[in-house]
Design a protein around this ligand. Structure first.
Ligand SMILES: O=P(O)(O)OC[C@H]1O[C@H](OP(=O)(O)OP(=O)(O)O)[C@H](O)[C@@H]1O
Ligand SMILES: O=c1cc[nH]c(=O)[nH]1
Ligand SMILES: [Mg+2]
Length: 208
């Protein structure tokens, strides 16, 4: 499994504001989108390119363009929706799949409630978007469902991860590429990331 942790001053700075319980929802959403742009830039680093010839106003030249079919973005509802605008900004022709999962409050087991994936998953790079990787149960289930629908080239993109979640994914999906903004200390007894940022979905959508 490949794990890339963004160790970037802008990510640290914005995360410090995102973590702050006093940060209002509107600013929280904007900051997630801003960090999302950095996550989108880094997680697409391996997309294949090919040389094409264009005429600049001055001469003909060979230049690089993305080679693959349009990538697929799969936000895990709800909190993954917070990262989607940033990815679509940089990959405007991407296809978007949706996967609804919520974590049962007692068992922490992910419960699927919605699924709509675009076709040709086997031929496209697929990016699973979810800001929080806690126990890893939701991410593991998302990747399992996408693999069973044909996806082979899968990356998981998260803002914060717990070591427990990374370990779980390493066991369940050793072929997965993971890009995370930061790795926090641990989970608490309710499966929340410490120090973390609280419940990402509730803070994004004002439901707490
Ligand atoms: O790694 P895990 O232990 O599975 O936890 C992470 C999941 O928990 C959150 O979703 P939540 O269940 O709160 O749903 P929501 O996004 O609708 O709030 C988060 O967005 C992840 O999907
Ligand atoms: O800390 C956590 C853990 C799971 N989901 C969240 O939104 N936050
Ligand atoms: Mg939530």
């Amino acid at each position: 499994m490949t794990i890339q942790v963004l160790d970037h001053p802008l990510v640290h700075h914005k995360l410090s504001l995102i973590r702050d319980r006093k940060t209002p929802g509107s600013l929280f959403r904007s900051l997630i989108e801003e960090v999302g742009l950095i996550l989108a830039t880094e997680s697409t680093r391996q997309l294949p390119v090919e040389t094409v010839v264009v005429e600049t106003p001055l001469e003909r030249t060979g230049t690089l363009r993305l080679k693959s079919l349009d990538p697929v973005l799969v936000p895990v509802l709800r909190a993954g929706l917070g990262l989607l605008p940033s990815f679509l900004k940089l990959l405007p022709t991407a296809k978007v799949g949706h996967l609804g999962l919520y974590r049962d409050h007692d068992s922490l087991v992910p419960v699927p409630y919605y699924r709509n994936f675009p076709p040709m998953l086997e031929a496209r790079p697929v990016f699973v978007l979810d800001p929080m990787l806690a126990t890893g149960g939701s991410a593991s289930e998302a990747v399992r469902q996408l693999k069973s629908a044909g996806a082979v080239n899968l990356s998981l993109v998260a803002l914060l991860a717990a070591p427990e979640g990374l370990e779980r994914l390493h066991g369940d999906h050793p072929d997965l590429t993971i890009v995370v903004g930061a790795v926090d200390r641990q989970l608490n007894e309710k499966g929340y990331i410490l120090p973390g940022l609280g419940d990402a979905g509730d803070r994004l959508f004002g439901t707490a």
